[in-house]
Design a protein around this ligand. Structure first.
Ligand code: SF4
Ligand code: SF4
Length: 180
């Protein structure tokens, strides 16, 4: 992830028994949205209809569903592909087995965040928002150019209010199933 790429390459690594974590699968299945994952029979409809899979050969929701069924947590977190999902829900509408693929992606991301496995790109965006309220850190030179060209200065964000809002969002709880 240090080279700025969101997705890391892991294809060359052989799968071993250490890659399967049954407790992860069991834990994740308690999260709302993940209940039907066990019904996935790998038909591939989610991948065929996914707009991100159409433009990125790295992103295959069907594969992520299978890896999640098998409890391949470290592999899933390592390559960062879960972060490519646009949460458009096309796959959810089309899955013949009623799997909430977008919900599984969300649960995987939440777990990755809990374990501190967040792509650097998103950490940078978060830090920028904390600092200025903007996702992109606009260089001073660009700000000066705006003024030189007669454009209004960018508003100065209230970083305290932003931190408060972000902390509230971070504290909001993941919905749980009735079994929890
Ligand atoms: S469409 Fe549904 S059943 Fe088919 S591979 Fe995707 S998640 Fe599994
Ligand atoms: S919700 Fe994610 S996985 Fe499903 S179709 Fe949209 S981008 Fe693809």
């Amino acid at each position: 992830m240090s080279d700025g790429k969101l997705v890391s390459e892991t294809k060359s690594k052989a799968v071993t028994m250490c890659d399967f974590d049954c407790s992860f699968k069991a834990e994740l299945s308690k999260v709302a949205g993940v209940e039907n994952l066990k019904f996935c029979y790998q038909c591939g409809t989610c991948t065929a209809d996914c707009p991100i899979a159409r433009v990125s050969k790295d992103f295959r929701p069907r594969t992520i569903m299978r890896m999640t069924q098998l409890g391949m947590k470290e592999r899933i977190f390592e390559d960062n592909k879960i972060w490519l999902c646009a949460a458009c829900f096309t796959c959810v509408d089309h899955c013949p087995q009623g799997v909430d693929i977008a919900g599984v992606m969300r649960a995987l991301r939440n777990q990755a965040v809990k374990e501190g496995k967040i792509p650097k790109t998103f950490v940078d965006i978060k830090n920028n928002i904390h600092k200025s309220g903007l996702a992109y850190d606009i260089p001073d030179m660009r700000k000066r150019k705006r003024v030189e060209n007669g454009l209004p200065e960018l508003p100065i964000a209230n970083s305290q209010e932003i931190s408060k809002l972000l902390n509230l969002v971070a504290k909001s709880k993941e919905p749980k199933t009735e079994n929890n």
